[in-house]
Write a protein that binds this ligand. Structure first.
Ligand SMILES: C[S@@+](CC[C@H](N)C(=O)[O-])C[C@H]1O[C@@H](n2cnc3c(N)ncnc32)[C@H](O)[C@@H]1O
Length: 207
């Protein structure tokens, strides 16, 4: 089932033109954490850029996207022989996939824009379908520099609801708070781009 969600003016080709180029470094950083030949699900895949970046090194790649505009744009970019599949759906409802189906579940710049009530259901589904989680988002607390102020301004310009979600994510403590609340231990944490963003990696133990 698709989580009911309003489309935003910047989704689709505008996002691809202006935002995707700025996030290439994040994709390279995520790619560096992924073992060749593995399987991966990307929640909130947007235009599918991370999946296309990983297409040559992974055996199965699934993107889940709640926005119909983003999903339609990403789907058009999938080639016939690609290991990439893009599904229109909600990251909190991954019932098509069994426990541990994937090696990795990723979410890049997704949790800060999610409604507060969605964050734990999505995180729990990611935990259920994959053993290793790789999340990238704003670092909390943000640094006091001009780059962080610019990020805040961009989030504000994306609209009132979007900005409300971003501020509630930051107030709640960002990714470390979310992971701690579901008993996930951070194995690796990398801050980058003037400390504005962080990548966190967690791995579920066998015990
Ligand atoms: C800022 S964009 C990031 C897109 C992409 N991950 C990237 O790195 O460019 C966040 C995306 O997450 C999607 N999203 C938010 N909540 C979601 C949910 N519960 N399930 C699936 N997608 C979701 C939004 O529709 C949006 O396209």
């Amino acid at each position: 089932m698709v989580h009911k969600r309003k489309n935003h003016f910047y989704e689709g080709w505008l996002y691809h033109l202006f935002v995707d180029p700025a996030l290439q470094r994040m994709r390279r950083m995520i790619g560096a954490q992924v073992e060749p030949g593995s399987t991966l699900i990307d929640i909130g895949c947007g235009t599918g850029e991370l999946l296309f970046f990983l297409a040559d090194m992974c055996s199965e790649l699934v993107g889940i996207e709640a926005s119909s505009r983003m999903w339609a744009y990403a789907s058009k970019r999938v080639g016939a022989f690609s290991p990439v599949r893009i599904l229109h759906g909600d990251g909190a409802r991954l019932e098509d996939f069994s426990n541990g189906h994937f090696d990795y579940a990723t979410a890049c710049m997704v949790f800060h824009e999610m409604e507060e009530s969605q964050r734990f259901p999505v995180l729990r589904e990611m935990q259920r379908v994959a053993r290793t989680l790789i999340l990238v988002d704003y670092r909390v607390p943000p640094p006091t520099n001009i780059e962080a102020s610019l990020c805040r301004l961009i989030e504000r310009l994306a609209g009132k609801t979007h900005y409300g979600n971003y501020t509630s994510f930051a107030r709640a403590g960002g990714l470390p708070f979310l992971l701690k609340a579901v008993d996930l231990t951070i194995q690796k944490e990398i801050s980058f781009q003037k400390e504005c963003f962080c990548l966190v990696k967690t791995h579920l133990n066998d015990t």
